[in-house]
Design a protein around this ligand. Structure first.
Ligand SMILES: [Zn+2]
Ligand SMILES: [Zn+2]
Length: 162
């Protein structure tokens, strides 16, 4: 979706709200359902401020126990829309749009994906899988012993047993 920002730039419009959905499963396979992009562009003292929220459900597998779960991810984004940049150091807070149309969809999709957590856990205190037998320790306690001390001490213990 593209938004014509010309009337906002020349001041004939002071606010443009938008809300639409888009499917991004081709780009990001964890997002099967459409994501919702909603926000506004406001002309405040001749500065165009874009603020929006990108929201969608991700279907994930836990990094520790591999259980599948889904999570609603909501990524807020704010920036000034400018036609050029004077100082490239500040480009994080600025979106450059030198034409009349701003491709809000492309921007929102990339910001949404950038906002993802690097770690995906089914819960903060997921116990994960047993290193030895592979049991899911969230669901059952397995009978494996705690990781043995030192293999050399184990041999010594066996010798003493005999
Ligand atoms: Zn887990
Ligand atoms: Zn085990």
């Amino acid at each position: 979706m593209r938004i014509n920002i010309k009337p906002l730039r020349d001041g004939s419009l002071t606010r443009k709200e938008f809300e639409f959905t888009t499917l991004i499963s081709d780009t990001e396979p964890s997002v099967i359902e459409p994501v919702t992009i909603s926000g506004e562009i406001v002309n405040r003292a001749d500065v165009l401020l874009l603020s929006m929220t990108i929201e969608g459900v991700r279907n994930l597998a836990c990094d520790r126990c591999a259980k599948e779960f889904s999570r609603l991810v909501s990524v807020p984004f704010e920036a000034c829309v400018v036609d050029h940049l004077d100082n490239e150091d500040e480009e994080d807070d600025f979106i450059v749009c030198d034409g009349d149309e701003l491709d809000i969809e492309e921007l929102a999709v990339s910001m949404f994906i950038l906002g993802f957590d690097s770690k995906n856990l089914c819960s903060e205190d997921c116990k994960g899988l047993c290193q030895k037998c592979g049991a899911n320790l969230n669901e059952q306690a397995c009978s494996c012993k705690e990781e043995s001390i030192d293999p050399r001490l184990e041999i010594l213990a066996q010798l003493l047993d005999e």
